[in-house]
Design a protein around this ligand. Sequence first.
Ligand code: ZN
Length: 192
Amino acid sequence: MATPKVKPQDPISELVESLLVELGEDLDRQGLKATPDRVARALRELTSGYGVRPEDVIAGAVFDQDYDEMVVVKDIKFYSLCEHHMLPFFGQCHIGYLPKGKLVGLSKIPRLVEVFSHRLQIQEQLTREIAEALDGALSPRGVGVVVEARHLCMEMRGVETPGGRMITSCMLGTFRRDPRTRAEFLDLVKTS
Ligand SMILES: [Zn+2]
């Protein structure tokens, strides 16, 4: 006899139920019926980067090319959750590198940002992880990453002025050593 397939419930749903009760909510309220499942699905999606190895994202898309000018991808939108409050921080990421015989398919760069941002993060670490992943995969002459983001854990809790942005950067190789390379990159990604 075939046993009916029961979809196992995500353990997060149950945790959200406890959380709602603890916050003073009534779980039988109509509006909350599907909330624990929805929150579980949303959290799984927003932390989907845990199941992915960044090197696998890039691996199939690296190719040899004799091109030695700076490659820049700017305004890559990202959404992440801060590891201190699990509240969103989000903004843009600008990435540049000076190739040394190897390029990566352009679509892989935003994907790389997504893998690292879909984990609990702090902005400084997100910035460094993106730079180091590209550096490791391409061994370029240099890499630069600039991230600008708004942090809701600060804005909603009134710790900082709403709308304020935090800017972080990580410069490796020639981007760190050579002021002209760094200046060229920063000029290219400059936002108004
Ligand atoms: Zn926070």
